[in-house]
Design a binder for this molecule. Structure first.
Ligand SMILES: Cc1cc2nc3c(=O)[nH]c(=O)nc-3n(C[C@H](O)[C@H](O)[C@H](O)COP(=O)(O)O)c2cc1C
Length: 153
């Protein structure tokens, strides 16, 4: 059984729905060989990252950057994980009111530093809220879980 970890900050109803959609997609009934766990960034520990086979990061864009909670996560796990998680398949979704590029760049550069492996382009849920964001997040979760199950990543 492979483990897919979702580390997502979800301070609002909408961002909570996004995270739940990712998890729902990853838990698609046809995907039997992957278990998916969602942890808020402030709760996620280095051991959680070291023991997973893939990771999906999620954050709103705040002041042109990732949430403070997700940054705290990276600050705590960076060195404990650096030598142990190289090649880890990773993906990202961002909820952004009007931009999202600053957050995307910041998360990408940290993950490149960790030598994680981007297996999907970051998903930016940009602009006024759309129900379609939920479908996109569900597809993201399903795609990453299916890739892990089939050994694609
Ligand atoms: C303090 C604060 C700063 C924000 N900064 C940005 C930003 O830099 N770029 C951006 O695209 N959206 C920004 N937003 C908007 C949020 O990313 C986004 O619209 C909000 O999380 C939408 O959440 P909701 O869909 O849960 O209502 C900001 C929101 C807040 C409260």
């Amino acid at each position: 059984m492979k483990k897919l970890l979702v580390v997502a900050h979800a301070p609002s109803v909408n961002t909570r729905q996004l995270a739940e959609s990712v998890v729902r997609g990853a838990r698609h009934p046809d995907i039997e060989g992957v278990e998916c766990q969602w942890l808020p960034p402030l709760d996620a520990q280095p051991e959680d990252v070291r023991s997973c086979h893939g990771i999906i990061l999620g954050t709103p864009e705040n002041l042109g950057y990732m949430s403070g909670a997700l940054k705290d996560f990276f600050d705590r796990i960076y060195y404990p994980c650096l030598e142990h998680t190289q090649g880890l398949p990773c993906a990202l979704y961002v909820r952004a009111g009007h931009d999202g590029t600053g957050t995307r760049r910041a998360v990408e550069s940290i993950c490149i530093g960790l030598r994680w492996n981007w297996v999907q382009s970051p998903l930016i849920c940009r602009g006024p809220w759309r129900e379609n964001f939920l479908t996109q997040c569900e597809e993201l979760g399903m795609t990453i879980a299916a890739g892990l199950e089939t050994g694609l990543f």
